[in-house]
Design a protein around this ligand. Structure first.
Ligand SMILES: NC(=O)c1ccc[n+]([C@@H]2O[C@H](COP(=O)([O-])OP(=O)(O)OC[C@H]3O[C@@H](n4cnc5c(N)ncnc54)[C@H](O)[C@@H]3O)[C@@H](O)[C@H]2O)c1
Length: 261
């Protein structure tokens, strides 16, 4: 078990990628705060972890990551429930496409509030505790292949994920003196509920049949299949473990070879 005795918070963990990472961390021995806006979903995943019967605990926590006070309360809950905090995964994110001319202030603000500002509040709260503890820590951000380059129909989301990659670098430099590693994972096309919605949005905009956008995007993935949330857990465990102690500031593509750098 590579995370035995560690305490992790995973945001957006009620479903999809966050749920897979929360379960994987628990299997590696970490106690997990399953944080999400969706309280019932978070409780369900915490129950799934408890049912694994491992050494570690799990606790659901209801949060909108845009709320700075709730971010502080989330860290306090981790400390109260499990005695400290070692790992934060900033996974909560909003995925939505909108053509350039239709990108309005409401979408822009929502996208940056959740994907970037929320990430900052959660990271500040977690890092403050990690600095206080004096035993280092790990912060892992979910970026995206969309943050590596622009897309005509995806301007705001692409920009917010480019921001996540850049924030990862600044945070890593700010926290390096405290032995807190900050890295990011950049997934490709992951088969989650988010992609059901995206598929519909692409289909409407491109005049395709539902399911066709997902098939088209999947067809160009070099490894030849759509990504599953579990494909991301190996990197998420590695970046949370001692094996990555000398790595910081990096964003790793885990995308089936979809994007080269
Ligand atoms: N699915 C993909 O293809 C893909 C690709 C690249 C990157 N990502 C990134 O991975 C992360 C997870 O994606 P997913 O596909 O599992 O998404 P998802 O939509 O299936 O799940 C997101 C979870 O985050 C929660 N959430 C949303 N806004 C929140 C908020 N303000 N506060 C707290 N919780 C909130 C939701 O309730 C949900 O449980 C996101 O950051 C996303 O941008 C996903």
């Amino acid at each position: 078990m590579r995370l035995q005795g560690k305490v992790a918070i995973v945001t957006g963990a009620a479903q999809g990628i966050g749920r897979a990472i929360a379960l994987a961390y628990a299997r590696e021995g970490a106690s997990v705060v399953v944080a999400d806006m969706n309280a019932d979903g978070a409780r369900g995943v915490a129950d799934e972890i408890a049912a694994l019967g491992g050494p570690a605990g799990a606790a659901p926590f209801q949060i909108d990551v845009r709320d700075k006070d709730r971010a502080e309360a989330m860290v306090a809950a981790a400390v109260a429930d499990f005695g400290g905090l070692d790992i934060l995964v900033n996974n909560a994110g909003l995925l939505e496409i909108r053509p350039f001319f239709d990108t309005d202030e409401a979408l822009w603000d929502k996208m940056f509030d959740v994907n970037c500002k929320g990430l900052l509040w959660c990271s500040q709260a977690a890092a403050r505790r990690m600095v206080e503890q004096g035993r280092g820590g790990k912060i892992i951000n979910l970026a995206s292949q969309a943050g590596r380059r622009g897309e005509a129909l995806v301007l705001a989301y692409c920009a917010s994920k480019a921001c996540v990659i850049n924030m990862t670098q600044s945070m890593a430099l700010a926290l390096a003196p405290h032995k807190i590693n900050v890295n990011a994972i950049s997934p490709g096309v992951v088969d989650t509920a988010a992609w059901v919605k995206l598929d519909q949005q692409f289909a409407d905009l491109l005049g395709m049949e539902p399911g066709e956008p997902k098939r088209t995007f999947t067809a160009s993935i070099p490894l030849g299949r759509i990504e599953q949330p579990e494909d991301l857990t190996g990197m998420a465990i590695f970046l949370a473990s001692a094996e990555s102690d000398y790595i910081t500031q990096q964003t790793y593509n885990v995308d089936g070879g979809n994007w080269p750098s």
